[in-house]
Design a protein. Structure first.
Length: 57
């Protein structure tokens, strides 16, 4: 793994953890996050592809 790939992975993990700690944005229509919704939101809005199973762990 290159240094650039490692930095990107660290950023993606931080973004994922940050998003799960926040209340979902009003436009999502959600009152709380599920692992599926976090994965979908990150893929659509942040261009981060992560399996929902990893978020659930």
């Amino acid at each position: 793994m290159t240094a650039k790939q490692l930095r990107w992975m660290q950023w993606a993990v931080r973004a994922t953890l940050t998003r799960t700690r926040m209340t979902p944005r009003e436009v999502t229509g959600l009152s709380r996050w599920s692992s599926h919704e976090v994965a979908a939101y990150l893929a659509w809005h942040e261009d981060i592809r992560v399996a929902y199973k990893l978020i659930a762990e």
